[in-house]
Design a protein around this ligand. Structure first.
Ligand code: FCB
Length: 459
C-alpha cells in the first residue's frame, strides 16, 4: 500500500532558541490622532489630501486609532504569543517644528507605548523614520536639503535620551529606496516629486542621516542594538543570456547595491555611478565614511522578487531605461492582491547572498507579508492564502539559516490592517482585521495560525 505522507508542519522549535518573533506596523499607518496633542502635519498628511494621490481619498487621520487603543491592541498582541513588536515614531508628533521645541505630550505617548509593551513581555523595536517627514522640513527642501540629515540627528538625540533607558532596539530608517525613489523619482509616495536626479540626492541625504544618527544612538544608549531597514528586491534575469544577466546585475544595482554597498562600507557601486552620469548625487568628503557606521543588525523587508530582461540603454531619466532593462510580468505564477509574485525562494537566496557578500553581524526580517481580498463571513476571516504566505516564507527563512545566514528574528507585516500608503485602506495586510467604521478588531486565520505556531499547539 502506498502511504500518503503529509508535509510536516512547520514548528517553532525548528528555529534557533532565542529567535525574535514579532509583528510590525508604522506610525502614520496606524496611529491616527493626526491633529491631537500638538502633532503637526507630516508629508503624508499633506500628500494624502492632494486629490488623486491616495485611493478613495483615504488619509491616516484616524487610521486604526491606535493612539487611543494601544493598551487593548497590545493585549491582543500578547495573546497571540509575540515576544517583540516593531513600530515607528512620528517625528512631527514629538518635534512639531521639525527641530527645536519639543512636544512633551508626543514624547509621553511613545513613553507609554514602551512601558505598555514591556509590561506585557513584548520587546520594543523602534524605527525612527518610516516615511513621515514633518511637513515644515519639506518646506525647507525636505530630503533634498542636506540640513534635514542634521535635523534627523537632533530628533534621534531627543528620542534616544528620552526612551533609551528601556528601549534598546533602534533602527534609523525604513526603506530609504522607497522614500527616495517612490517619493522623489516617480512621485507615487509623499512628497510626490518626479525627478530621478532628485531621488538620488534624497537617497544620499537619507543615508547620511542614517550614518550621522548611528553614533548618537550609541552615545545615548550604550547597550543599544542599532541598525537600518532596507528593502531588497532580489533580481532574476528572464533568461541566462549574457545580455539578460548583465541587465539583472544593473537592475540589482539600482534596487539593492546602491543601498547595501554604502551602508556596508563599500561606497556607491562604481558601475552605477558611471551609468547615472549627470544624475549622480552630490556628495561631500567624509560622507561615505559616515554612512558606513558599523551596524549591530541589518533589517530586511521582503515581499517579492523582480524579473528583468535586457532593453536598449536610453539617455532618459528613468532608471530602467538609463540602465537598459525592462521588468517582466511572469504568467501563471501565484500573486497577491498587489500583483506581487509570491516567491519565497527569493528570500532564501537574498539572505544567503547578504551573509556572504556583506557579512552582517545579525539579520532581522523586519517585514514580510501579503495582501489578499479578505472576506468577512460570520465575523471570521479565513485568509488561508496569507497563512500559506507566512508559512512558506518562514520555511524559506529556515532554509537560509541552514545555509549560514545569521538570521535572528522575524516580524510579520502587519499586526493590523492599516493605511497602506497610496493604496489607502483597500489593501489589507493585517493578521488582524480592522473594521475602520467601528474600530473593531478580528483576528484572522493567519493570526490564529501564528498563535498556534508560537504556542506550539495545533490550530
Ligand atoms: C513596505 C512598507 C510598509 C508596508 C509594506 C506593505 O514597503 O515599509 O509600511 O506598507 O510595504
Amino acid at each position: 500500500m502506498t502511504q500518503v505522507k503529509e508535509k510536516p508542519a512547520l514548528l517553532r522549535q525548528a528555529f534557533p532558541k532565542n529567535f525574535v518573533w514579532g509583528t510590525a506596523t508604522a506610525s502614520y499607518q496606524i496611529e491616527g490622532a493626526a491633529n491631537l496633542e500638538g502633532r503637526s502635519p507630516s508629508i503624508w498628511d499633506v500628500f494624502a489630501k492632494m486629490p488623486g494621490k491616495v485611493k478613495n481619498g483615504d488619509t491616516g487621520d484616524v487610521a486604526c486609532d491606535h493612539y487611543h487603543r494601544y493598551e487593548s491592541d497590545f493585549d491582543l498582541m500578547q495573546s497571540l504569543g509575540f515576544n517583540a513588536y516593531r513600530f515607528s515614531m512620528s517625528w512631527s508628533r514629538v518635534l512639531p517644528n521639525g527641530r527645536g521645541q519639543v512636544n512633551q505630550k508626543g514624547v509621553a505617548f511613545y513613553d507609554r507605548i514602551v512601558d505598555a509593551l514591556l509590561a506585557r513581555g513584548i520587546e520594543p523595536y523602534v524605527t525612527l523614520y518610516h516615511w513621515d517627514l514633518p511637513q515644515v522640513l519639506e518646506e525647507t527642501g525636505g530630503w533634498l536639503n542636506r540640513d534635514t540629515a542634521d535635523a534627523f540627528v537632533e530628533y534621534t538625540d531627543l528620542m534616544t535620551n528620552a526612551l533609551g533607558d528601556r528601549l534598546k532596539n533602534w533602527a534609523t530608517l525604513n526603506e530609504p529606496w522607497c522614500s527616495a525613489f517612490l517619493g522623489h523619482g516617480v512621485g507615487i509616495h509623499a512628497p510626490g516629486k518626479t525627478d530621478f536626479a532628485a531621488s538620488l540626492q534624497a537617497a544620499h541625504h537619507l543615508l547620511l542621516a542614517h550614518g550621522q544618527a548611528m553614533p548618537i544612538i550609541r552615545q545615548n544608549v550604550p547597550d543599544a542594538s542599532a541598525g537600518i531597514v532596507l528593502n531588497p528586491a532580489p533580481v532574476y534575469p528572464a533568461s541566462d543570456s549574457s545580455e539578460d544577466l548583465a541587465a539583472a546585475h544593473r537592475a540589482d544595482g539600482f534596487q539593492n547595491r546602491w543601498y547595501f554597498d554604502p551602508v556596508f562600507g563599500k561606497g556607491y557601486p562604481e558601475d552605477l555611478w558611471q551609468a547615472y552620469g549627470k544624475h549622480a548625487p552630490k556628495i561631500q568628503d567624509g560622507d561615505l565614511e559616515k554612512i558606513a557606521a558599523p551596524l549591530d543588525y541589518i533589517g530586511i523587508n521582503y515581499y517579492s522578487r523582480t524579473v528583468v530582461k535586457a532593453a536598449p540603454i536610453q539617455d532618459t531619466p528613468f532608471p530602467w531605461a538609463l540602465l537598459g532593462y525592462e521588468h517582466m510580468q511572469l504568467e501563471n505564477v501565484p500573486r497577491t492582491f498587489f500583483d506581487w509574485e509570491v516567491y519565497p525562494q527569493g528570500l532564501t537566496d537574498f539572505l544567503v547572498r547578504l551573509q556572504n557578500e556583506y557579512q552582517p553581524k545579525s539579520i532581522l526580517i523586519t517585514e514580510n507579508g501579503a495582501t489578499y481580498q479578505d472576506q468577512l463571513h460570520n465575523s471570521q476571516i479565513n485568509d488561508l492564502e496569507r497563512t500559506a504566505y507566512f508559512e512558506q516564507h518562514l520555511s524559506a527563512s529556515l532554509k537560509a539559516i541552514g545555509q549560514g545566514a545569521k538570521l535572528h528574528g522575524y516580524f510579520a507585516w502587519s499586526f493590523l490592517d492599516n493605511f497602506e500608503w497610496a493604496e489607502g485602506y483597500e489593501k489589507r495586510f493585517g493578521m488582524t482585521y480592522v473594521d475602520f467604521q467601528t474600530q473593531k478588531r478580528i483576528v484572522k486565520h493567519s493570526g490564529r495560525w501564528f498563535q498556534a505556531f508560537l504556542g506550539e499547539k495545533s490550530l
